[in-house]
Design a protein around this ligand. Structure first.
Ligand SMILES: CC(C)(COP(=O)(O)OP(=O)(O)OC[C@H]1O[C@@H](n2cnc3c(N)ncnc32)[C@H](O)[C@@H]1OP(=O)(O)O)[C@@H](O)C(=O)NCCC(=O)NCCS
Length: 407
């Protein structure tokens, strides 16, 4: 009989270690997130692409790239059509199959998922994943309108619902059901702003106090300005290759060892539960099963904190805390950079910024550097991390992805 046990994603069957390597990331690039009035979508993409290509330690001839998967919502509705082909053309990629993937705020993590599937199908050996978005050159009202269409249109957006409104409803219900004070939401903002203050690519590089977070102007009760992510411009790019080829490009690849996708109703009023996201739970179950690990094996995570309540719900939906107890991780420091399981070392959507289409791939960019020990600032390097997780939500929770990565 075979004896088997699990440790850090490696399954020991008698005498054979089997590490699930589904694909490998060998390069990554990201623009700073924030205001880029002088850069077009193409130029943002090109900047992240150049960094990604330059980050491949042993070099990569761009002619080897055979597919480009671009995640973008196209906020504002006036961006270029056929965007993936246009971006490929802009940087001189002539021999690629170009795809656009759109799942609202989770667009580029679904682009990564499609890319990994493309590699697993043996169709491609080397592909590019990108996320791009420009949101800052339109009015706040127009941005809110465009974000609103990622939720339910008929009953929510046309009735005046904003995204802050969606998450305010979830926060109110969570605080009511679990008797939780608003200050625990603000603690998430304080942690993520601190992490953002150490990240040169973050939109907000300023730490805030709990008092400042609590006193910020109200958006939609109980959420205020510091409970929200901002609107942002930005791009992110990943170079993803077949796992067996990874060492040709670098001695320190980061492997994708699990992934999953989940979904739920668009409208909040159709959901059984407003204190967590079913889509996240579905995606996490699949990813853990594929990687043959448990949530307790994860060393650190980048999670979707579009509003502070979303990070607390993610702790529970990903299995880092029991249902109704996620807020305790905000209180006891477990998810700080120096904590038991650091969450959002990049600053998260809250402080790093949230250029919708670019967010998913940017989460992977952060994990790539954290796992290789190459975070640009030693003070924000997660010590000794071997296994990371990224979690990206589309809209108010109608779609979600979870990825597991290992050194
Ligand atoms: C919160 C929000 C309404 C603020 O928009 P706004 O009022 O147009 O804000 P502005 O961009 O004009 O910025 C005004 C000030 O607030 C600051 N600010 C803006 N958003 C901020 C945020 N989320 N956190 C902290 N500060 C913020 C700006 O830096 C600026 O500060 P300054 O005056 O010192 O320069 C907007 O960022 C928003 O809609 N965020 C949510 C986006 C969203 O829903 N995304 C999808 C999630 S699923």
């Amino acid at each position: 009989m075979l004896t088997s046990y699990r440790a850090k994603g490696q399954v020991y069957h008698g005498c054979l270690w089997v590490l699930k390597r589904l694909a490998a990331i060998v390069g990554a690039g990201q623009t700073r997130f924030g205001d880029h009035p002088d850069l077009s979508v193409k130029e943002l993409f090109a900047e992240a692409y150049r960094e990604a290509l330059g980050s491949v330690d042993k070099g990569l001839d761009a002619k080897k790239i055979k597919a480009l998967y671009v995640g973008t919502l196209g906020v504002g509705g006036y961006q270029i059509g056929n965007v993936s082909a246009a971006l490929a053309d802009h940087v001189g990629l002539r021999d690629v199959a170009a795809f656009r993937v759109e799942n609202a705020c989770a667009s580029s993590s679904f682009a990564l998922l499609s890319a990994v599937q493309g590699i697993l199908s043996s169709q491609y050996d080397v592909v590019l994943v990108a996320g791009v978005e420009k949101m800052r050159d339109m009015s706040s009202d127009r941005a809110k309108y465009w974000l609103g269409v990622s939720g339910d249109t008929e009953y929510e957006r046309l009735a005046g619902m904003t995204f802050a409104g969606h998450y305010a409803i979830m926060a109110t219900r969570y605080m009511h059901e679990h008797s939780v004070d608003k200050k625990y939401l603000s603690m998430i903002a304080v942690k993520n702003h601190y992490n953002g203050s150490l990240n040169p690519k973050a939109q907000f590089q300023k730490a805030i106090s709990l008092e400042e977070a609590l006193k910020a102007p109200s958006l939609a009760y109980p959420l205020n300005l510091y409970d929200a992510c901002p609107t942002s411009d930005g791009a992110s790019v990943l170079i993803v290759v077949k796992a067996e080829l990874a060492k040709k490009f670098t001695d320190t690849p980061v492997y994708v060892t699990g992934f999953g996708a989940g979904s739920d109703t668009l409208a909040l009023h159709d959901r059984e539960d407003l204190t967590g996201l079913r889509a996240t739970r579905m995606a996490a179950d699949q990813a853990y099963q594929l990687a043959r690990i448990k949530s307790g094996d994860i060393d650190f995570a980048e999670v979707h904190d579009c509003f502070t309540i979303a990070e607390i719900m993610a702790y529970e939906d990903l299995g880092f805390a029991k249902r109704g107890k996620g807020w305790l991780l905000a209180d006891d420091g477990s998810t700080k950079l120096s904590g038991r399981i650091p969450v959002n070392p990049s600053g998260g959507l809250k402080a790093k910024g949230h250029p919708i289409g670019a967010t998913g791939a940017a989460q992977t960019y952060e994990i790539f550097h954290q796992l290789r020990g190459t975070a640009d600032n030693p003070s924000r390097q997660v010590k000794g991390a071997e296994m990371g997780l990224s979690h990206n939500v589309g809209g108010s929770g109608a779609t979600a992805t979870v990825f597991i990565y290992q050194r």
